[in-house]
Design a protein around this ligand. Sequence first.
Ligand SMILES: [Zn+2]
Length: 121
Amino acid sequence: MNDKQLEKFREILLKKRNDLQDEIKDISEGEIQSSLLESSGGLSGYPDDPGNVAGDNFEKAKDIDILEMLTNKLEEVQEALEKIDSGSYGTCEVCSKTIPQSRLKAKPSAKLCVNCKKDSE
Ligand SMILES: [Zn+2]
């Protein structure tokens, strides 16, 4: 891969990193707000409606799942960016073959070639 192509992937990855960081921030701030609301509700002394509590917990569990997924993706993107800096971007971590650019375009943070990915699943 030449420098120009690498720069293009770096741009894509940097944009992806920004997007992911924004999403993570949005969800984390939502979490803080809802836990603040909960603690103030607790002080009022009124018992919570059990229906609402179940709904809240469900929403929260979903948020945590999404947050975990986003954090994993962010780590992958970060690793790919470090690889661009170290010159190993686009090389399969298992067989050391070049990952085809068509695959990198579909998944810029790919660490394995299609064959090794198949084997690891
Ligand atoms: Zn491979």
